[in-house]
Design a binder for this molecule. Structure first.
Ligand code: PGA
Length: 246
């Protein structure tokens, strides 16, 4: 099933989340042929959990810690997330990599913890502008995927991957659907190389300046299995349009 995910980043308070969900649910209630995922900030997960209980909309976290519990001030464990029926976690978002210095090694630890903890990770990969201009897109994406999956190669079917070129995030300057398709097909080939038993269950999502106007064009591409939407997911009407764009 295609996956359309909204990453709210550091936006929407618990009370705004309540308002959002009450507007969003009626717009998507008759949709059952695609998976819809909301990834609010941690402080909104509790209220979102209560309001989404009876719906098919799934809940995801934007990050997590890899240890089960302990002296990790400010961190959130997978058990805490699972208690709120969180079923997905975004791992290695470019903002975590480039603003908060998350390394490939840390991302690998988080992925491993998600797989052990039964939360489906959405691993984000993507090149920066200078890397694209230097013709390094495929190399960068390959390195990120290989390092993220190091030691957990047999679990490729239990993760989804978001291809998010860093230069396209929040800029209003998306990749072309054709360029995204090339990278998506490359990622899928790579998964078969990494894990010869790979059954093809990984969905490869596109992310970076997706909006209601361009969403349908991405979804027409053969290897685009969904979308990871930032800015345009903050408004329930606009996110519902994206969910219904194909
Ligand atoms: P954007 O963000 O849709 O605002 O470009 C996408 C993302 O960072 O996941």
């Amino acid at each position: 099933m295609k996956l359309i995910a909204g990453n709210w980043k550091m936006n929407l308070t618990p009370s705004k989340t309540k308002e959002y969900i009450s507007r969003f649910l009626p717009l998507v209630e008759d949709i059952s042929d695609r998976e819809i995922l909301l990834c609010p900030p941690f402080t909104s997960l509790c209220v979102a959990h209560e309001l989404l209980k009876e719906s098919k909309v799934k809940l995801g976290a934007q990050n997590c810690h890899y240890e089960q519990k302990g002296a990790y001030t400010g961190e959130i464990s997978l058990d805490m997330l699972k208690d709120l029926d969180v079923s997905y976690a975004i791992i290695g978002h470019s903002e975590r990599r480039w603003i908060f210095g998350e390394s490939d090694e840390l991302i690998n630890k988080k992925l491993t913890a998600c797989l052990q903890g039964n939360i489906r990770p959405v691993l984000c990969v993507g090149e920066r502008l200078e890397e694209r201009e230097a013709g390094l897109t495929f190399k960068v994406v390959e390195t990120q995927v290989r390092l993220a999956l190091s030691g957990i190669e047999h679990y490729t079917d239990s993760i989804d991957i978001a291809y998010e070129p860093v230069w396209a995030i929040g800029t209003g300057n998306p990749a072309t659907p054709e360029d995204a398709q090339l990278v998506h097909a490359f990622i899928k080939d790579l998964l078969h190389q990494i894990n010869p038993q790979h059954a093809g269950k990984t969905r490869v999502l596109y992310g970076g300046s997706v909006n209601p106007k361009n969403a349908g064009d991405f979804m027409k591409m053969k290897d685009v299995d969904g979308l990871l939407v930032g800015g345009a997911s903050l408004d329930p009407e606009s996110f519902a349009q994206i969910v219904k764009s194909f």
